[in-house]
Design a protein. Structure first.
Length: 542
């Protein structure tokens, strides 16, 4: 017997309609590429998203045709989020930080029909447009009078001219909720990147789950600042969750330095922000250097890579801001876990609470996970035993776009490539990427643990731990360090800093001082490139 409930498909268009109907006067504020501040409301977003949909109809796009974007976080990009997917097409956010040849390859693989780009990325488009035959329409996200006279791009349109003549009424089509809504490509650190193709159903369920109190806890009382780019896994789903709850949205545009972010936060009363650790390093450097305080910010979600303990402590102890440690993947839409304490932890000493906060957190409802050994057997959840992390759930990838890479699942579970522990309360902690874990004398050493200790040293700005070949132990860890401007520290001082913090056999064998650690297009350290830089390095002999 079936239930007797109404059957409404979960569609992205319902999110923007809800925001417009019930939170229509709530602001969406953007720092534009032009440098000024643009502000309007959720009702305005809906009206202009419908103009986008009409504009796509006028261009002759069919259902499921791909519309690419090369754009910062801003109001026009937000309109594309809803206008493209709401009309039944597929939004394809392209990472502009990739190399031009990588961008061209991705655009061709996705078979984008339209490419919308911020003027910041005009040089990229000028370099690749002749290599992207599938793209029939290039649209610059600007006013018509901001288009240069001769860009070399045939029939280039300005966004405002394109949608300006379109009506702001549009009957959103109703279709199967499993229809594709958007796509994001993996960072492609090895070989060509692969695409995760999200559905309307998976996106709406992900938005529901991420707004829960034990996750991001978004509400209509929040002013949310997504610093995580909208071209990186749909800004962790924040544009959708914000629409779902009616939160104020604040977009930083291209200005993501510490000073610009701080000023925007203070001016717009930001209560919630989300981004990767490298962004918050710049912000904290600015506030500390200028003796500034946050007047409204109460919590920040930090993900993309492990958050150093020193950063969590600084936010909490110096500014009274909660850090919500998160973990996920492009293949997971992306959220998998977020670290919030349970009631049983309320009365623990602060030192014990910190040990929990350093973990990536508990699974969100909708995500199931397990750790397995080399033979695929389940491992115990004791917080000490580590193994390969597997996940499954309704917003987790089943296969890659165009079947790239074959069937990625193992008995219905997706292997994340991470090595992790899970404790008895379900708190998961990443100990390493499987390709980065250091195996020394048959024992595993977590590069993340080594990095976190180095980051706690007051002279260290950034640290990366990698394994180096060793004739006896197979591999031994070294730590590459970037010092803070004007700071000084010796090799022996930093090695001594590890004493008593890890077992002796886990101590790094050496410290290598570098000017910079390679950072990838999504803000993560590129250890493969660091290894290439240090290919002539030799471990010290004892």
């Amino acid at each position: 017997m079936l239930g007797l409930m109404q059957n409404h498909p979960l569609l992205i268009s319902s999110l923007i309609d809800f925001a417009a109907r019930y939170h229509g006067d709530t602001e969406v504020v953007s720092r534009r590429v032009e440098g000024d501040i643009h502000r309007y409301t959720w009702l305005d977003v809906q009206r202009r998203a419908k103009r986008v949909a009409n504009g796509l109809d006028a261009l002759g796009l069919q259902a499921s045709d791909r519309v690419g974007t090369l754009a910062w976080n801003g109001y026009r990009h937000l309109e594309l989020y809803f206008g493209v997917s709401g009309s039944g097409r597929v939004l394809h956010t392209v990472n502009p930080r990739l190399l031009p040849e990588q961008i061209a390859w991705i655009v061709n693989h996705a078979e984008d029909r339209v490419m919308c780009f911020d003027m910041s990325f005009l040089p990229i488009v000028q370099g690749i447009h002749t290599h992207c035959p599938s793209v029939k329409h290039w649209i610059a996200l600007c006013d018509e009078d901001k288009l240069p006279a001769d860009t070399g791009i045939p029939h280039l349109l300005s966004y405002e001219a394109w949608i300006g003549g379109q009506p702001d009424q549009y009957p959103w089509p109703v279709f199967d909720e499993n229809t594709a809504s958007s796509m994001c490509y993996t960072s492609g650190t090895t070989g060509h990147p692969k695409a995760a193709l999200y559905s309307h159903r998976s996106t709406v369920l992900h938005a529901y789950a991420s707004a829960l109190p034990d996750v991001m806890g978004l509400s209509a009382r929040d002013a949310a600042l997504p610093v995580v780019p909208m071209f990186h896994v749909n800004a962790w789903g924040l544009p959708y969750s914000a629409a779902m709850v009616g939160a104020k949205l604040v977009f930083p545009g291209p200005a993501m330095d510490g000073k610009s972010l701080y000023e925007l936060m203070e001016a717009e009363g930001v209560t919630f922000a989300a981004g990767v650790p490298t962004i918050w390093q710049m912000l904290l450097g600015h506030t500390a250097g200028n003796k500034l305080r946050f007047s409204t910010l109460t919590r920040t979600v930090i993900g993309g890579s492990a958050c150093p303990p020193a950063m969590i402590a600084t936010f909490r102890d110096d500014y009274g801001i909660d850090v919500l440690h998160a973990w996920g993947m492009t293949e997971m839409s992306p959220l998998g876990t977020l670290c919030t304490l349970k009631e049983k932890h309320r009365h623990l000493p602060e030192q014990e609470k910190m040990k929990i906060r350093l973990k990536q957190g508990r699974p969100i409802f909708g995500v199931d996970m397990k750790i397995v050994d080399d033979h695929g057997e389940d491992l115990q959840w004791d917080g000490k035993t580590y193994g390969d992390l597997y996940v499954k759930g309704p917003w987790i990838l089943d296969q890659y776009f165009k079947g790239e890479g074959g069937d990625p699942l193992v008995d219905g579970w997706f292997p994340t490539g991470d090595v992790a522990t899970i404790d008895a309360d379900g708190f998961m902690q990443i100990t390493d990427r499987s390709k980065d874990v250091i195996k020394s004398g048959g024992e595993w050493i977590s590069s993340i643990d080594i990095e976190n200790i180095a980051m706690a040293h007051p002279a260290v700005a950034m640290a990366a731990c990698i394994g180096m070949p060793h004739p006896k132990w197979d591999e031994r860890p070294i730590v590459a360090v970037v010092l803070k401007p004007g700071a000084a520290a010796s090799r022996d001082e930093l090695l001594g800093f590890y004493e008593g913090k890890v077992a002796k056999w886990q101590l790094p064998d050496d410290v290598v001082f570098v000017d910079a650690i390679p950072i990838g297009a999504t803000g993560k350290m590129l250890k493969t490139r660091l290894r290439e830089q240090l290919k002539d390095y030799k471990l010290p002999t004892v």
